[in-house]
Design a protein around this ligand. Structure first.
Ligand SMILES: O=C[C@H](O)COP(=O)(O)O
Length: 246
C-alpha cells in the first residue's frame, strides 16, 4: 500500500515572513501516518528546512545537469545541499511557461534520483484534451514519457493535476478522478511491478479543506498536491487531518 502524502506547493509565493505559516503547521499536532511536504520558493528552502523538522522540504524544479553554465538554474544536488528531500518536476505551469517536455521531465527526474531526492512528477490534461475525450491517452503518454527506469515507491511520487482545475475552484467529479488514478496505478504496476503498486498517487487542483475528505476517499488517491490552500496553516492543517482520517 502506498504511503499517504500531503504536499504543499507554494509556487512563486512567500518571503521570510511566510515561514511563520510553516512553523505554525510544525507546532501543531501533525497526525501520524501522513507525510507532510512543503515546497517553498528556492530562496526559502534552507531556512524552511532549519525550522520545520517534522515537515519535509522540497524544491519546485531542478536542472537535469549536475552543474555547468545554466544561469539561474539549480541542480538537484544544490537543492539537496540546501535541505530539500523532494523536488516537484514537470508541473503544468513549468511545462507551459518554460516549454518543458516529457523528455526533459524524465531527465530531471533521473537527476533528482541521482541526488537522492524524491521526485514528485506532475501530469494532467488541459480542458481541450478533457473535452476531446483524450484524458487517459494524454496522461498515459505523459506518465510513460516523464518517468525514467528505476522508479521505486521510495524515490518517486506521481501527481495528477488536471490543468483546468489548478487555481480555478473547478474540480473533476470523484468518478473522473477515480478513472484517471486507477488507470495510472495500472500503468505503474505494468511498468514497475510491485514498486508501481506503492508509488504514491496524489491528486492536485483546487483541493480545499471543504473537499479534501471526499477526494481522499477515492480509490488510488494517496494524498494531494495543494497550491493555494497550502499557503496558510489554517487551511492546510485540516487537509492533512482529512488525509490521516481517510
Ligand atoms: O501544485 C499545486 C497545484 O497546481 C494545485 O494548485 P491549487 O491547489 O491552487 O489549485
Amino acid at each position: 500500500m502506498a504511503r499517504k502524502l500531503a504536499a504543499g506547493n507554494w509556487k512563486m509565493n512567500g518571503t521570510g515572513d511566510s515561514l511563520a505559516e510553516l512553523e505554525a503547521l510544525a507546532k501543531g499536532d501533525l497526525p501520524k501516518g501522513v507525510d507532510v511536504l512543503i515546497c517553498p520558493p528556492a530562496t526559502l528552502i534552507s531556512r524552511a528546512a532549519e525550522r520545520a523538522d517534522k515537515i519535509a522540504i522540497g524544491g519546485q524544479d531542478c536542472h537535469a545537469a549536475a552543474s555547468g553554465a545554466h544561469t539561474g538554474d539549480l541542480s538537484a544536488e544544490m537543492l539537496r545541499d540546501a535541505g530539500a528531500s523532494y523536488v516537484i518536476l514537470g508541473h503544468s505551469e513549468r511545462r507551459a511557461d518554460h516549454g518543458e517536455s516529457d523528455e526533459m521531465v524524465r531527465a530531471k527526474t533521473d537527476a533528482a534520483h541521482g541526488a537522492n531526492l524524491v521526485a514528485v512528477v506532475c501530469i494532467g490534461e488541459t480542458l481541450e484534451e478533457r473535452e476531446a475525450g483524450s484524458t487517459l491517452q494524454v496522461v498515459g503518454m505523459q506518465l510513460a514519457g516523464s518517468l525514467p527506469d528505476g522508479v521505486t515507491a521510495q524515490n518517486t511520487v506521481v501527481a495528477y493535476e488536471p490543468v483546468w482545475a489548478i487555481g480555478t475552484g473547478k474540480v473533476p467529479t470523484l468518478e473522473q478522478i477515480a478513472e484517471v488514478h486507477n488507470a495510472l496505478r495500472d500503468a505503474l504496476v505494468q511498468r514497475f511491478g510491485n514498486a508501481g503498486a506503492d508509488v504514491p498517487l496524489l491528486y492536485g487542483g483546487s483541493v480545499k479543506p471543504g473537499n479534501a475528505a471526499e477526494i481522499f476517499a477515492v480509490s488510488n488517491v494517496d494524498g494531494a498536491l495543494v497550491g493555494g490552500a497550502s499557503l496558510k496553516s489554517a487551511d492546510f492543517a485540516p487537509i492533512i487531518a482529512a488525509l490521516a482520517a481517510s
